[in-house]
Design a protein around this ligand. Structure first.
Ligand code: PAN
Ligand code: ZN
Length: 191
């Protein structure tokens, strides 16, 4: 027997979907080693394991032909001068794409391929972003007070490879310095 079609709503504001099968919370401790300023990271972590972002997942079977979707909410804040961000990942099946639709806030999607190509796209409400197959992706919230909220859709069989990024990091980082928001090379990136 086939599944029935279903629908849900994403309320404005709030952005918590009316249907969510899973709610993931990721804290500072989940991004160990990823922020450039490790002194600031450790100091912050010793005070509180701050909530950096949340994901509401609409679950479907993780098989080819299905689509997985959900809402990602990255909260505003910084570790040192680097903005709060998601862990970021490649898809386990590298040849799978993803689409993002930005609903709220300001930020960037930081992307790179295994071959070292990089691409950074600014996100603001209304922006639709296509992340092609092979591109690792990480969302970064640069709003002062607002959450960066995106709706995402990707193939059911994609899977998530977090290990490569945990080990190597991304080639580019989003920081704020005297000049304002800047994209810099990650001095700690491991080839
Ligand atoms: C998104 C991400 C979500 C959270 O659903 O999973 O934004 O980021 P991390 O998974 O890197 O913690 C997605 O890209 N799924 O494939
Ligand atoms: Zn993804």
């Amino acid at each position: 027997m086939s599944d029935q079609p279903f629908s849900f709503t994403i309320p404005f504001p709030g952005f918590k979907p009316s249907r969510a099968d899973n709610h993931i919370e990721r804290h500072l401790s989940d991004l160990r080693g990823q922020f450039l300023d490790q002194h600031a990271y450790k100091t912050m972590l010793s005070e509180e394991d701050t909530l950096l972002y949340e994901v509401y997942e609409i679950k479907r079977p993780e098989i080819e032909g299905e689509l997985l979707s959900g809402i990602s909410i990255v909260h505003p804040g910084k570790v040192g001068n680097e903005f709060f961000m998601t862990k970021g990942h490649f898809h386990t099946i590298l040849e799978t794409a993803e689409m993002y639709y930005c609903l709220n806030g300001e930020g960037f999607m930081v992307m790179e391929t295994p071959e070292g190509e990089t691409f950074i796209e600014a996100l603001s409400p209304g922006k639709v972003l296509y992340v092609p197959p092979r591109w690792a992706h990480r969302s970064v919230c640069t709003s002062r007070q607002e959450d960066l909220v995106t709706f995402f859709i990707y193939p059911g069989n994609s899977g998530h490879n977090y290990g490569t990024i945990e080990e190597k990091g991304f080639r580019k980082l989003v920081v704020e310095n005297e000049k304002g928001i800047e994209i810099i090379d990650n001095p700690k990136f491991k080839e």
